[in-house]
Design a protein around this ligand. Structure first.
Ligand SMILES: [Zn+2]
Length: 262
């Protein structure tokens, strides 16, 4: 949960180009520094009833939720890996994916520190015993990014030929071109990161799961919210969910997909 608390800081500060170590956390409402007693993951939020002690500004529940989800996933990881170096792989990938979900949902961005930095971390962690080897990790990273690049090129070619323009989300007028290819560059770089951590078999499961989740919620949004098919929805959270599902349930998922196909 403490790592989750740190991820909150990363998600808030890194996109703004601010340091993640100083200054200490402060209330965005009144600017008062947050005392250590009010900075305990999850617990402080509950004790403060979701309000700043000084100015009573409401604290978003996304902060304690991020802390709780991180803690729970780390716990599940420990149950699966036991006392082995595989836990490091799990913990790092979980942290990266939680950051992706938050930044992509809130700001339509996937930080390079997470995607490219994460890919480098995944390749290096392949040196630890028990997982994929470093060459496999590297090749899967490149193949993963290549696959998403192909989707982007294909989709952008198709959209241009049919003269379809998707609407960029609000506040992104300048970068409208980013949204004309189905997949953003952030998704392509994220695919490299996921590939580096999971290796070939689990990466295939992760991407397949991501597309299923994306299609399901895209359809659900059109039905329930009347959302038009041309408004882009960020794909990063689906990739992150696919990666974590493949990490935890790779084998049962693979068997389920095989059963569907055969
Ligand atoms: Zn305050």
């Amino acid at each position: 949960m403490c790592i989750g608390s740190f991820l909150n800081v990363v998600i808030w500060r890194v996109p703004l180009g601010k340091s993640i170590v100083s200054p200490p956390s402060a209330c965005p409402g009144c600017g008062k520094e947050i005392e250590p007693i009010d900075n305990i993951p999850v617990l402080s939020y509950l004790l403060l009833k979701g309000k700043c002690r000084n100015c009573s500004m409401t604290i978003s529940p996304k902060y304690p939720i991020t802390e709780l989800v991180t803690g729970v996933l780390f716990g599940l990881a420990a149950l699966q890996t036991g006392y082995s170096t595989a836990f490091i792989n799990y913990a790092v990938l979980i942290s990266l994916m939680i950051t992706v979900v938050r930044t992509d949902l809130e700001q339509y961005i996937i930080l390079d520190e997470v995607s490219i930095g994460g890919a480098a971390a995944g390749v290096l962690l392949a040196l630890l015993p028990g997982g994929t080897d470093i060459l496999t990790s590297l090749i899967t990273a490149v193949a993963g990014a290549g696959f998403f690049l192909l989707i982007r090129l294909g989709a952008s070619y198709y959209l241009k030929r049919k003269n379809i323009r998707t609407e960029a989300p609000e506040g992104y007028e300048d970068e409208e071109d980013e949204f004309q290819g189905g997949m953003g560059w952030g998704d392509i770089k994220l695919a490299a990161c996921i590939g580096a951590f999971l290796g070939p078999a689990s990466t295939v499961i992760a991407f397949f799961t991501a597309f299923i989740l994306g299609a399901l919620s895209g359809g659900a949004m059109m039905v329930f919210k009347g959302r038009k098919g041309r408004t882009p929805i960020p794909f990063g959270p689906f990739m992150a969910a696919g990666a974590l599902l493949a990490l935890f349930f790779g084998e049962p998922l693979w068997n389920a997909y095989m059963n569907l196909l055969v």
